[in-house]
Design a protein around this ligand. Structure first.
Ligand SMILES: Nc1ncnc2c1ncn2[C@@H]1O[C@H](COP(=O)(O)OP(=O)(O)OP(=O)(O)O)[C@@H](O)[C@H]1O
Ligand SMILES: [Mg+2]
Length: 659
């Protein structure tokens, strides 16, 4: 496949940009997740500490406030000592109001309730079994902590408080499935302080607390101090929650309709980790209806049991958006880069390809024989110097070509001259050869025809004399004259045959029949000479196309030659058959005669070549036969060994090829 330089360049640029863009995007996204998101998660973890601090501070505040109340208010002590309930109630209510407490209660030194600020009507029940109270009774030291308060205990304080704690459970996706539909107990920040007499003996206990259910003070304070109420797309970025067990009892996470999501529960995963295993849990989690980066940690009671969870979380959407924005920015940069790369590659490839293209044109021009095509290139780079070299080479080629052209033309002239000379020489040679041949021919003819003419002339003269002296010998003389003249005539006829080479009269013939006829003409001679004629004719010989008279003459000539080679008798064998390839028929004429010496073989078919004495042979038989066989598109060959015999092999085509 042919890829243009420009395409290659553009592809290379795009590949580089694509790789760089992909790497940049991956690195960017990685940086955002590891850097920014991890930092955000880190911050959430710190926020959890802040939330814990706020929670603990509130607890200490309650404790300190109650402690101060007992220390400073003589009224409380005296009223307790004197059992002045009215005075005591006044003092408690005032303190409760100032300390923003939900309950404030005094017990005696055995933990029996003396007076409840919320419900003065109910007293005398023991709180000694309460884990905080019992500890204070024992140690005479203040103690604060988080505690689950049953509905019965809440009802003792006030119906309102029980109602505040009572909470319907909403179905929450991913939460641990449970049967409950409502929770009536509450969770409280509670502190108890011993009331000591001047001598240090325990007069009683003052305890108070704040119910956390539906009390948003801590979570909102956390949101305001830690996140300063920051919002993203109308939603609070930071959120905080207090869970009683797995139940949201105080939160600023909102449901879809904008209400605080109390009554919903924590996801099962967090439940297992934080409530089950008592571990801190930090992750990105689906909270109510949004994704948050979150941190959860257990809230424990004074005996160390996990009774709730403190949670902070920040909206993940901001970071997801950031990641998306980054992705788009990187993709945008990659795209812009690709466009710029395309333009640059286009310009660059043009700048490179143009001079190369004109060089190509230049080379093509030279290939077409145009040496005047000058390639222009102003560039001062490698291509520029290549162009310069090219133009130099072109110039040299042009000069060389010019010189070569001159040489070729000169050589052409010489060649023409030589050709002319050669033709002249050839003509002369042919002429002299012709003359020589003609000379030989003429000498032969003269010699051959002269003989019978001489004899005829001599006998005619003898007849002339016989007319007067011996007329009875006249017929004999004249017979000889006629015979000699006939012999001369036969020679002339043979010559004519050789010279004219008349066109054969072709028709379909049976070669066996032709040979048979030829033998009939010469066979009487065989009897005289004691030669045995053997016929080995093939009965399946294909018919051939040929002139029967001419072919008959060939076999007559052959047979006569054979007879003449066997003056003391012998055997003449004629064999016919198909040649090996099936396209030819083969005739072999074999005699057991004197044979032909090696040096004669090449001259055998020349006209007038004969070894026979004058009057017996003219040397035309074989040359005439050769001509006839050639006319039939056949071949004639000879194999001979002196003293043993000779074989002539004639091949003739089965079907005469089209002319
Ligand atoms: N069968 C043969 N055996 C031996 N020699 C042969 C045979 N056939 C031809 N020749 C030799 O080839 C010579 C040429 O033969 P060719 O038939 O052309 O002429 P010729 O027989 O001499 O004369 P012509 O055939 O004209 O009467 C012969 O003189 C003879 O020496
Ligand atoms: Mg002959």
């Amino acid at each position: 496949m042919k890829i243009l330089l420009r395409t290659k360049l553009i592809i290379s640029f795009l590949v580089v940009i694509a790789i760089a863009g992909t790497v940049a995007t991956i690195v960017g996204l990685h940086l955002i997740s590891t850097g920014v998101v991890n930092q955000a998660q880190e911050k959430v973890n710190m926020d959890l500490n802040s939330a814990r601090e706020i929670y603990e501070t509130r607890l200490r505040e309650i404790e300190t406030f109650i402690e101060c109340t007992t220390l400073r208010a003589f009224a409380v002590r005296n009223a307790l000592k004197e059992n002045n309930r009215e005075l005591l109630l006044g003092a408690l209510r005032k303190a409760m109001e100032r300390g923003k407490l939900d309950i404030l209660t005094v017990t005696d030194n055995e933990g029996r309730v003396v007076l409840r600020a919320c419900n003065p009507a109910l007293s005398g029940d023991s709180q000694a079994q309460d884990e905080i109270i019992s500890s204070v009774l024992q140690n005479k030291k203040p103690l604060a902590g988080t505690q689950i308060i049953t509905r019965d205990e809440l009802l003792k304080e006030s119906e309102e408080l029980a109602k505040q704690a009572q909470m319907k459970l909403f179905p929450t996706p991913m939460a641990k499935p449970i049967q409950e539909t409502e929770r009536t107990s509450g969770m409280m920040l509670k502190a108890a302080v011993p009331i000591l007499d001047d001598d240090g003996s325990l007069l009683g206990i003052l305890y108070g607390g704040v119910l956390l259910n539906r009390n948003y003070e801590i979570v909102d304070k956390t949101k305001d101090t830690v996140y300063r109420g920051a919002k993203y797309k109308g939603k609070d970025i930071g959120t905080a929650t207090i869970f009683q067990g797995d139940l949201r009892i105080s939160t600023n996470v909102k449901t879809r309709d904008g209400k605080r999501a109390i009554g919903t529960r924590v996801s099962e995963e967090v439940y297992e980790k934080v409530l089950g295993e008592g571990k801190t849990w930090k992750t990105d989690a689906f909270v109510v209806n949004e994704w948050y980066l979150t941190a959860y940690e257990p809230i424990r009671n004074v005996t160390g049991d996990v009774i709730g969870i403190l949670y902070v979380g920040i909206l993940e959407q901001k970071y997801a958006d950031m990641r998306r924005t980054t992705l788009w920015i990187f993709l945008g940069i990659t795209f812009v880069g690709a466009v710029i790369a395309l333009v640059v590659a286009y310009i660059l490839s043009n700048a490179i390809a143009r001079p190369i293209l004109s060089l190509k044109k230049g080379v093509e021009a030279i290939a077409d024989g145009d040496f005047d095509f000058e390639v222009q290139c102003k560039a001062r780079d490698e291509i520029g110097s290549l162009t310069e070299s090219f133009n130099r080479v072109r110039q040299q080629l042009k000069e060389l070509y010019g010189k070569l052209q001159g040489k070729i033309e000169a050589a052409d002239e010489d060649l023409k001259e030589v050709n002319k000379m050669l033709r002249e020489k050839q003509r002369q040679l042919v002429h002299s050869e012709k003359l020589a041949a003609l000379g030989t021919l003429a000498a032969g003819i003269a010699h051959e025809v002269n003989n019978p003419l001489g004899v005829a002339s001599m006998y005619a003269q003898m007849a002339q004399k016989d007319v007067e002296k011996n007329p009875s010998r006249l017929p004999q003389r004249l017979e000889t004259v006629v015979a000699e003249i006939n012999r001369g005539g036969q020679i002339v006829k043979n010559l004519l045959e050789f010279a004219r080479q008349t066109e054969p009269a072709i028709r379909e013939i049976d070669l066996n029949g032709v040979i048979e006829k030829a033998l009939a003409i010469v066979e009487h001679q065989a009897g005289l000479q004691e030669v045995k004629v053997v016929r080995q004719f093939s009965s399946e010989l294909p018919r051939i196309m040929g002139d029967p008279d001419k072919l008959q003459q060939v076999f007559v000539n052959m047979a006569i030659n054979a007879f003449q080679a066997m003056p003391d008798g012998g055997e003449l064998t004629l064999t016919t058959g198909k040649a090996s390839d099936g396209k030819m028929v083969k005739v072999e004429i074999t005699d057991t005669g004197c044979g032909i010496p090696e040096e004669y073989i090449t001259k055998l078919f020349d006209p007038f070549f004969t070894t026979k004495e004058t009057g017996k042979g003219t040397g035309l038989g074989l040359s005439v036969s050769h001509g006839i066989i050639e006319q039939h598109s056949g071949t004639i060959e000879v194999k001979s060994s002196v003293g043993k015999g000779t074989t002539f092999i004639i091949l003739l085509p089965v079907k005469r090829p089209e002319r």
